[in-house]
Structures are given as structure tokens and as C-alpha cells.
Design a binder for this molecule. Structure first.
Ligand code: 4AD
Ligand code: MG
Length: 460
């Protein structure tokens, strides 16, 4: 067993005067005429512990390897700090380099660009910024579970391998064990009978279709897992592999769905603000000066809500000559979303009731057939954070729209069945976990909130 005191305990709980042994990585080191310092981080908390070496007991040669990146063990006494910036420090009595760094260690105690750090995913967790981001990622995930657990939702685990393309956008990664160089052919096409599942298979683009039948038995459920989209958008908010949270509720209409989504986003923001004060303060200082205000933007006021029709009218009225126009019947693009959330409302805004023509078959059709009961939540600085809808619970309408959108009807029979046997009004939404984390950390690129980002054209 490795007998050690964590940096967290050394800073927060051990008695002043205690003898401890700390292990960790040197963030930076410096030397004055009589003492040398090394700040040690072991990941047990965001803060680092400053070790102080008396240069009489520690001649230069004994400190030589204790440079940025090295893993060291330091034994000594926890004392009140004489320097500014920390209450306690470690007065070293013995020290040892456990994991030396060779001369090529690329992280130096200075600010590196995000692009440079992206080329070193194996080292990003050693920096203050990514330490903060990944700790907040953890806190955000815990807040997700706390929110739903407190409301009686059941956490369900739908498959990642599916036979359907939920969003119908053709952005699926196909999964196959067929040899690509010599695929078996039958009737002029690929013989999927010879494939692993004896049919076409994909990685899931959304857990919704599998979550719906679970909700129509368990009442309120949620999923929280990886999602795969072969979307060739090379933007700062698109990843090919990301995480999504998808609650699905029986006996719930669009208004209930929107109320839950707002309560959820607010709860996530307060969970992270309370759970990660040091990280939020650090990122507010070094990454996004307005970070604290972002939390107030979520927490202090109700979110705005407008129907798509009004979004079109606002863009025509207030955006004319400044942003591209938006004709009724076409989708909002990032520019429109930013304009509405950042400029017009300055806070999160739900846009509801989009035209049926460009929305998936599963959204509930309005009586006049023009629109569907759906919503997107647009966030300042990030754009679309949530997509959700009331689901079409009427079998005939659902099948008509599915067929009109060219779905392979055989593949979806199991999904139609829940409308045959005990259908019920139900709704749900999907929240992009990384986009929420971008908003809460101030990180400007989705590649910087994922430990190992997978994006169009890049699997670094
Ligand atoms: O709006 P989307 O496509 O909605 C659905 O998939 C629904 N089936 C969800 C549901 O009702 N259960 O995706 C939901 C959210 C988006 O609003 C966005 O935040 C995120 O998932 N998202 C992405 N995040 C990162 N990279 C991508 N390529 C993303 N695509 C969607
Ligand atoms: Mg969407």
C-alpha cells in the first residue's frame, strides 16, 4: 500500500504541524536565494500544494529533477504559509523524483494555445485549464443523475448498436464486419444477410426511439450515454462522438416538456456553480471573463419562449440587413440562433412549433398540419443546446409521416407497436452534454471539453 496524504487533505483537513507524505506532479517550480518551491498537484482537488525546500538541506543537485511535469514524492510538515495565495504549505524534509521527465516535456509553466494542447490529449489533464474542465464535466454528470433521481426518473441503458436512424438525417456510422474489399453481393446489392446482425446496423444517433417504449411502461426515464453522428460539419460545436441526455416522459405534453427542460438546465448550472467554485473562478480569470455572468443568465430569470413564426418575424424585423434572411419553412441556421439568443433575448430562448416539413416523423403534428409540437433551446454563445418534442401518439398519423419521409416501415414496427397497444401522450428532449459544458466552462470549442475529441476528419 502506498501511504500518502492527498493534496486535498493536506490543504483542507490535516492538523497544522502534521507530518505527511504527498505524491503528485510538479506544476511549476522556482528558486530564491534561500528556498526553492514546487507546486504539486495530484488531482485530488483543483488546487496545488506548495512544497518549500530549504536550500541548505536541499542542495541544488537534489532538486535538479523536480521540474514541471515530474512526478515526485515529498515528505514533510504542513505549516501555515508565509507567502500569499495559499493558507498552508508543505515544509519538505525529504523528497524523491518518482517519474522523471526527459528534456522534451512539452508543457511549460506558461499559457499554451488551445490548438497546441489539443495535439497532446495525453497531457491535457496536467494543465490547470483542463483539470478544471474535466472536474466540471464530472460534476455536471453527477448533477444530471441527481436531478432525475430526485424526480423519480428511471435511468435506462438503451443500445448503442441499432438498426434505425432516429433523426432521419442520414448521419449514421454504419457498423459491419463484412470485408470492405470483397463485400458479398446478392441481387446486385450488398448481401447484408451475411453481415454480423444479418441486417444493416448503425451506431445510435439518438436513444429516443428506444427510450419511448421504456417510458410507456416505467413512466419517466432518462438515458445518458454516447451518441455518434457522421455529420461532416467542421464547427466548434459539432463532434462525431458526444454525449446526450434524453429524458422521456409518459403523460407529458410540450408545455410540461419545456418546463422540465428549463428546470433541468437551471439545476445543472447551480450544481456546477456550487460544486466547482475554484474551477469556475479559475476559468473566469483565464478563459472567459464573463463566466460568472453566464450562470446568472441561466439562474436569475425565466427563459424566453417564442413560436417559430415569431422567430421568422423577429429576424425579418430586427435582423434585416445584418444577418441572412429566414423564409418561413426553412431551418434556422447558427447565425439566426445566435442572433436570437445572444442579441435579441440575451438569455436562453425556447423556439417552438417548427414547420413539419423539415422535422422528423416522430414529432406530433398540429391540427392544421403546418407545424409540429417541438422545441429547440437556444443558448447565448453556444446555439442549440436542446432539441425536444411531444411525440406523435396517433398510429395513423405517425405511420403516414414515417412513410412520407421514406422510412423502411418494416424496421420500425416495434416502435409503431406502442401506439397500437396502450398509446399515451408523451414527450422528451435531448440535451447535448458537451454544449452544456461549453457554456458552463466558457470553453469555445467542443474539442476542449472532450478528453479525446472525435470530430470530422480528426481522431487525434
Ligand atoms: O436536436 P437533436 O438532434 O435531437 C435528437 O436527437 C432528439 N431525438 C432528442 C430527443 O428528443 N430525445 O440533438 C439533441 C442535442 C442538440 O440540441 C445538441 O445540443 C446535441 O444534441 N448535438 C450535438 N452535440 C455535439 N455534436 C453534435 N454533432 C451534435 N448533434 C446534436
Ligand atoms: Mg436539433
Amino acid at each position: 500500500m502506498i501511504a500518502r496524504t492527498t493534496v486535498r487533505d493536506a490543504l483542507e483537513s490535516v492538523q497544522l504541524g502534521s507530518e505527511v507524505t504527498v505524491y503528485g506532479w510538479v506544476r511549476n517550480n522556482r528558486t530564491s536565494s534561500s528556498v526553492a518551491f514546487a507546486s504539486i498537484n495530484d488531482g485530488s482537488c483543483f488546487a496545488s500544494l506548495q512544497a518549500v525546500f530549504d536550500r541548505v538541506s536541499f542542495p541544488d543537485a537534489s532538486l535538479a529533477g523536480m521540474t514541471a511535469g515530474a512526478c515526485i514524492r515529498v515528505a514533510g510538515r504542513i505549516v501555515a504559509s508565509r507567502g500569499a495565495g495559499q493558507e498552508r504549505e508543505l515544509q519538505a524534509s525529504s523528497a524523491e523524483v518518482i517519474g522523471p521527465v526527459d528534456g522534451g516535456y512539452p508543457l511549460q509553466p506558461k499559457r499554451h494555445s488551445m490548438e497546441f494542447l489539443r495535439s497532446l490529449p495525453q497531457l491535457r489533464a496536467r494543465t490547470g485549464t483542463f483539470n478544471a474542465v474535466f472536474r466540471m464535466r464530472h460534476r455536471l454528470a453527477m448533477s444530471v443523475h441527481e436531478f432525475f433521481d430526485a424526480r423519480g426518473f428511471i435511468y435506462v441503458h438503451p443500445p448503442l448498436l441499432t438498426s434505425s436512424d432516429c433523426e432521419g438525417a442520414g448521419e449514421t456510422f454504419q457498423v459491419t464486419t463484412l470485408p470492405l474489399g470483397s463485400v458479398p453481393v446478392k441481387d446486385g446489392g450488398v448481401d447484408y444477410e451475411a453481415d454480423f446482425f444479418r441486417r444493416k446496423a448503425y451506431l445510435s444517433v439518438s436513444a429516443q426511439l428506444e427510450a419511448e417504449p421504456l417510458a410507456l411502461g416505467l413512466g419517466s426515464v432518462y438515458t445518458f450515454g454516447p451518441i455518434f453522428r457522421a455529420d461532416p460539419s467542421d464547427t466548434r460545436v459539432h463532434a462525431a462522438e458526444f454525449w446526450m441526455i434524453e429524458p422521456e416522459m409518459a403523460f407529458c405534453d410540450l408545455d410540461d416538456d419545456i418546463a422540465l427542460a428549463e428546470a433541468f438546465v437551471k439545476s445543472l448550472a447551480s450544481g456546477v456553480r456550487e460544486g466547482c467554485p475554484d474551477e469556475v473562478a479559475f476559468l473566469g480569470e483565464f478563459v472567459e471573463p464573463g463566466l460568472a455572468d453566464r450562470y446568472s443568465t441561466i439562474l436569475d430569470k425565466p427563459f424566453a419562449r417564442i413560436p417559430y413564426d415569431e422567430a421568422v418575424a423577429i429576424v425579418a424585423r430586427e435582423g434585416a440587413g445584418r444577418i441572412s434572411s429566414l423564409a418561413w419553412g426553412s431551418a434556422l441556421v447558427a447565425e439566426h440562433e445566435r442572433f436570437l439568443a445572444d442579441e435579441v433575448f440575451g438569455r436562453p430562448v425556447f423556439v417552438t412549433d417548427y414547420p413539419a416539413s423539415f422535422k422528423p416523423f416522430y414529432m406530433r403534428l398540429s391540427d392544421d398540419g403546418r407545424t409540429v409540437a417541438c422545441t429547440d433551446l437556444l443558448m447565448p454563445g453556444v446555439g442549440e443546446l436542446i432539441g425536444g418534442s411531444q411525440r406523435e401518439e396517433r398510429l395513423e398519423v405517425l405511420m403516414r409521416r414515417a412513410s412520407a419521409q421514406g422510412l423502411d416501415m418494416e424496421t420500425y414496427q416495434w416502435y409503431f407497436d406502442i401506439r397500437r397497444w396502450g398509446t399515451a401522450p408523451h414527450s422528451g428532449f435531448g440535451l447535448g452534454f458537451e454544449r452544456m459544458l461549453m457554456y458552463l466552462t466558457g470553453m469555445k470549442n467542443i474539442r476542449d471539453v472532450l478528453p479525446y475529441p472525435r470530430t470530422f476528419g480528426s481522431m487525434a
